[in-house]
Design a protein around this ligand. Structure first.
Ligand code: G3P
Ligand code: MG
Length: 248
C-alpha cells in the first residue's frame, strides 16, 4: 500500500497554519490530502483555526466562539508567522470546500470539540459537506468520544475517525464500539499489532504529526494509510526513497 501524504493544517511549516497560503502550498507541493481544524463562531459558522482562542495565531484576543465570522475575518492571521503573510485571514469551512472541490485531494476535517463541545457542530459540518458533494473523500475526526458517538448516524455516508494520543490496550475495539470506522493516532502509538488489528477490522490508520525521516520511514514500512505532516514536500521525497529501497 502507498501511505498517503496529508498536509497538516496545510503546509504549516512554510506558511501560517490553516490559512489559504498553507493550503495552496500543500497542494502545489504535491500533498495528496489536507487536514484542517474546525471551531464554531458566535453566529454558528464553522471556521478553520486550531485553538479555541485566537491569541496564538492572530493579532486578536479571546475565544473563537465569542466572535462573529465577520469580526474574525478582519483579524490578521499571518503576521505571527512572518510579516509577509499579514494578509492571511481566518477562513470559513465553506470557503475551504469551494477551494478544494475541483482538486483531487483527500480531506480530513478535524472537529475541535474536545475542549468546547460546540452544539450541533457535527450536523453543521456534515450538512455542508453533503451540500458540496464531498462526503465521499472526507474523513471527519475528533478527540471527543461523545462526538464520535453522535456521528454514528452518518457512518454509512462518511468516514469517521477516532483521534487519540493515549495508549489503550484495546484501542481498535474501543474505537469500533464508539462507532468510528477509522483511527487517527499520535505517532508513538504506532506498532505492527495496532496496524494489523485495525486493518483486520477494515479501519484505516493515519498518523500525526510526522515530520522527520525516521518516523516517516517507519510509517511507510508499517503500512500506515496516511501521515499528517507539516512538510509534505519532504514526505514525498522520503516516500520515493522508501519505494526505491524496497525494490533493492
Ligand atoms: O488530526 C491530526 C492532528 O491534527 C491532531 O492534533 O492538535 O494537531 O490538531 P492537532
Ligand atoms: Mg488537527
Amino acid at each position: 500500500m502507498t501511505t498517503k501524504i496529508i498536509a497538516h493544517r496545510g503546509a504549516s511549516k512554510l506558511a501560517p497554519e490553516n490559512t489559504m497560503y498553507a493550503f495552496e502550498l500543500g497542494y502545489k507541493f504535491g500533498a495528496e490530502g489536507i487536514e484542517t481544524d474546525v471551531q464554531l463562531t458566535k453566529d454558528n459558522i464553522p471556521v478553520l483555526i486550531h485553538d479555541e482562542t485566537v491569541k496564538r495565531t492572530t493579532n486578536g484576543n479571546g475565544y473563537v466562539k465569542d466572535y462573529t465570522f465577520d469580526e474574525l475575518s478582519k483579524l490578521d492571521a499571518g503576521s505571527w508567522f512572518s510579516p509577509e503573510f499579514h494578509n492571511a485571514r481566518i477562513i470559513s469551512l465553506e470557503e475551504f470546500l469551494i477551494w478544494i472541490k475541483p482538486k483531487e485531494l483527500y480531506i480530513n476535517i478535524e472537529l475541535k470539540n474536545n475542549k468546547i463541545d460546540y452544539k450541533n457542530l457535527e450536523s453543521i459540518v456534515y450538512d455542508m459537506l453533503k451540500n458540496h458533494r464531498l462526503l465521499e473523500r472526507t474523513t471527519l475526526s475528533t478527540f471527543n468520544p461523545n462526538s464520535v458517538r453522535r456521528l454514528l448516524k452518518y457512518q454509512n455516508n462518511i468516514e469517521v475517525a477516532f483521534l487519540t494520543s493515549k495508549k489503550k490496550p484495546n484501542l481498535v475495539e474501543y474505537a469500533k464500539n464508539l462507532g468510528a470506522n477509522a483511527l487517527h493516532v499520535k505517532y508513538r502509538l504506532v506498532n505492527p499489532q495496532l496496524i494489523e488489528q485495525a486493518h483486520d477490522n477494515n479501519m484505516p490508520v493515519r498518523v500525526y504529526t510526522v515530520n522527520n525521516y525516521k518516523p516517516m520511514m517507519h510509517c511507510f514500512n508499517q503500512d500506515c494509510d496516511g501521515i499528517f505532516t507539516d512538510v509534505p514536500y519532504k514526505a514525498l521525497t522520503f516516500r520515493k526513497l522508501f519505494q526505491f529501497k524496497k525494490q533493492l
